[in-house]
Design a protein around this ligand. Structure first.
Ligand code: GRF
Length: 196
């Protein structure tokens, strides 16, 4: 059975969607949920679903990214994942980490990449006067939010939308998109998923 480790930093709603999708005839199962934030809400959700959890707190490593990532790799590889899914994981990863999981790591980003890489994506789309927003699942490469796009979901931006309104409209689409992309990715199918 193909094994998927999921990395989170917060509530883990995408992690829950991914874990819930990996049942029945799905070729993969979650083997670990790891957070860089001790006590992140998603850890309790994962434990309640019977998924192994781990925490590697980035704070003790201060600016030493390499040391933090070494501890991260050790904690992750102890569970022997075949693939990694970053799901609300809020640390920037160095080429060392990315190369270690080259071709096996996905991320979800709350914008229609290549637009709005980085943070505050919804506020930036509203500010720009865009009429459409959404989310993207991409393969993780050394370029931040820049790897090959494997799926996108689109939602309208409505007059008067706040960034919270837009986030609330995009998040459920993330929960549809990410599992659909992962299911293809773990069997080597890179056909993009486009929603709706
Ligand atoms: C989501 O907007 C996701 O796109 C971004 O982090 C946010 C929180 O995700 N990566 P989650 O609820 O922790 O999965």
């Amino acid at each position: 059975m193909t094994r998927v480790a999921i990395l989170i930093s917060g509530g883990g709603s995408n992690m829950v969607a991914l874990a819930q999708s990996m049942t029945g005839d799905h070729p993969a199962r979650p083997c670990l949920v790891l957070s860089n934030v001790p006590g992140a809400g998603g850890l309790a959700k994962a434990a309640a679903m019977g998924i192994a959890t781990a925490t590697v707190d980035h704070k003790p490593f201060a600016k030493d990214r390499e040391a933090f990532e070494g501890a991260l790799i050790e904690a992750i590889d102890a569970h022997q994942p075949d693939f990694l899914a970053l799901a609300g994981f809020m640390r920037i990863l160095t080429p060392k980490f990315i190369n270690h999981y080259a071709g096996r790591m996905l991320n979800i980003h709350p914008s229609l990449l290549p637009k709005y890489k980085g943070l505050h994506t919804h506020a930036r789309a509203i500010e720009a006067g865009d009429t459409q927003a959404g989310c993207s699942v991409h393969e993780v490469t050394a370029e931040l939010d820049g790897g090959p796009i494997l799926g996108q979901a689109h939602v309208p931006i409505l007059p008067g939308d706040t960034s919270d309104d837009l986030a609330a409209r995009v998040l459920p689409m993330e929960h549809q998109l990410y599992p659909a992309v992962l299911r293809r990715f773990v069997i080597g199918d890179r056909t993009p998923v486009i929603l709706p």
